[in-house]
Design a protein around this ligand. Structure first.
Ligand SMILES: Cc1cc2nc3c(=O)[nH]c(=O)nc-3n(C[C@H](O)[C@H](O)[C@H](O)COP(=O)(O)OP(=O)(O)OC[C@H]3O[C@@H](n4cnc5c(N)ncnc54)[C@H](O)[C@@H]3O)c2cc1C
Length: 260
């Protein structure tokens, strides 16, 4: 089975995120990491590889030069090779452009059976790219996977959302997005980290992937961030003095917050 994992380098979760005046994220202002949900997407692909002899895992990212660090992390976990779609013209691309560009880049990998992505990226949090990639490629999309099983050319996913669990089945090739509960990603071993340095990373530009420069980047983005305000700091919360009426005061508070 030929598996491609879409991984994204994102600002470190604990760092303060700043937007530039053009509305794009200032990625130089913070440390960058392999997106945590994408670590689980890599882990899911590696588990499928271990269950299906002869399989190969390719990680694919669209990002600037320094996204190579995120690629090396995924390779040190055990992925076999990588494709890095990197071109300055891609900077500021919106989610739709990103999905179209990723679909083209997936097209440069031969005989793809399964594309595994995260159900969202921890910076843009759109959660739409996997389904859009599936749409552009004309493939089924199985999202929010909690469990993935492949049997021959058929894939079954246990999909978990707040509303409950559903079982989805489709024919390969397909696109799957995983949630954070699907697994615990393995830590790269020292041997894995050393081996990753020698694993092939194909760096491709727009021309290699057949992407038209006029269709990507901030200038052509279908939506742009025009302004943003940081979320107000959480208030301390309300203190209820219980003078025998604590219960009714709490009930009144819950009603006022429309919680009951
Ligand atoms: C604060 C902020 C708000 C934004 N709001 C919007 C918006 O409202 N509309 C819009 O169109 N764009 C928006 N963008 C831009 C958007 O984040 C980028 O285009 C981004 O690359 C794709 O969207 P996402 O992060 O929401 O991805 P999601 O759809 O949340 O990502 C899901 C999965 O897709 C894969 N993936 C996503 N990006 C990449 C990549 N570059 N390389 C490889 N795999 C990838 C990963 O597996 C990821 O887990 C916003 C960006 C920021 C920083």
């Amino acid at each position: 089975m030929n598996i491609v994992v879409l991984v994204k380098q994102v600002p470190d979760t604990y760092s303060e995120r700043k937007l530039r005046s053009d509305g794009t994220l200032d990625r130089d202002a913070t440390d960058s990491v392999l997106d945590e949900i994408n670590e689980r997407a890599v882990e899911a692909a590696l588990q499928l590889k271990e269950a299906h002899d002869g399989s190969e895992v390719t990680v694919l990212t669209m990002g600037p030069d320094r996204a190579t660090d995120a690629i090396r992390k995924a390779l040190s976990m055990g992925a076999d090779k990588a494709v890095h779609l990197s071109d300055e013209a891609l900077a500021g691309s919106c989610a739709v452009q990103t999905a179209r560009a990723l679909a083209k880049a997936i097209g440069t990998v031969e005989g793809v059976d399964l594309v595994v992505a995260g159900n969202e990226a921890s910076d843009g949090r759109g959660g739409a790219v996997p389904a859009m990639v599936a749409d552009v490629l004309g493939l089924p999309a199985l999202t929010h996977a909690r469990e993935i099983t492949v049997d021959g050319s058929s894939i079954t996913v246990k999909r978990e959302t707040d509303d409950g669990v559903t079982i989805l089945t489709a024919e390969l090739p397909a696109v799957v997005s995983v949630g954070e509960k699907i697994n615990e990603p393995r830590y790269p071993s020292f041997k894995g980290i050393m081996a990753a340095k020698k694993k092939p990373v194909a760096t491709i530009g727009l021309a290699d992937a057949g992407i038209d420069a006029s269709e990507v980047g901030l200038a052509a983005a279908l939506s742009t961030v025009t302004s943003s305000q940081p979320k107000p700091p959480k208030s301390a919360g309300e203190k209820v003095e219980d003078e025998g009426d604590g219960g009714s005061k709490i009930a009144a508070y819950l009603v006022s917050q429309k919680l009951i």
